[in-house]
Design a protein around this ligand. Sequence first.
Ligand code: DGY
Length: 332
Amino acid sequence: MSAGMKPAVLVARAMYPETLARLQQHFEVEANPDDEVFSPVALSARLVGKVGAITTGSERIDAAVLAAHPQLRVVANMAVGYNNLDIAAFDAAGVLATNTPDVLTETTADFGFALMMATARRITESENYLRAGRWTQWRYDMFTGPDVHGATLGILGMGRIGQAIARRGALGFGMKVIYTNRSRLAPELEAPLGARYVDKATLLREADHLVLVLPYSASSHHAIGAAELAQMKPTATLTNVARGGIVDDAALAVALAERRIAAAGLDVFEGEPAVNPALLDLPNVVLTPHIASASERTRRAMADLAADNLIAALTGGRPLTPVNPGVLPLRA
Ligand code: DGY
């Protein structure tokens, strides 16, 4: 890059015009207004000459991509989850990864709770019935489902979002909260929620409504499969607002079809945006297209934070939310 030229960055997916304008003050920006989801080959072509990129969960950046683009210094992921980035490879290459935590916690918790309630109270299923013109009379047992208030809320993955969902359940709906996590919460976090730290078998056995909020990794792949579903109550619901692949969707479809659990609410899917066709045929599953963080304000905050991280990292500032701060300071 010669003196006076702005560094080049890629914004890999469509982006708020205001965010692009801000990035353009600092960088030569290659945007993607058509919102094409790049194949690995197309993504690699777009990364030629770029020192930074804003990505989403749909762009995978691994050791091969980093090796092919040694000029790349920062990848700012517009998501709290970063399982699309191979962080060990980033560390080895001295490339910074950033994510967007905190700004989406409450919005995602709102949605997780709403999806759990919609699942328990059969909102999609009953609305479909009504829209199909099948509602002819009130009936005492029509679309009865499990209660939410007072029930046992099980949380797998008690990070920021898990705790925010637990707060809603405990403080708003009088739910008993049990959770499984890599480590136990500090007593001052547990106490206001009355949350009980349990092992996974207890969580599966006791939860009336199980909500998954853990990051995806090799160790959480199919954390909920046929064996785990078999341990749940037949009246229980399962809600996944974490990542596709944490649930074995094929095993879940079988468990739902055989009513081995009552219902599921899924915002994320293995291989999304493809959805296992067996799930699409079932009445007792609520399906949404990965929108848990999608409030207007929060998506803007995520875009702003990704942009802030990219700008700071490439202009000598301190990125706000680095995933692998060990690579700082970045090479010039
Ligand atoms: C996240 O932030 O990880 C959400 O799933 C959006 O990708």
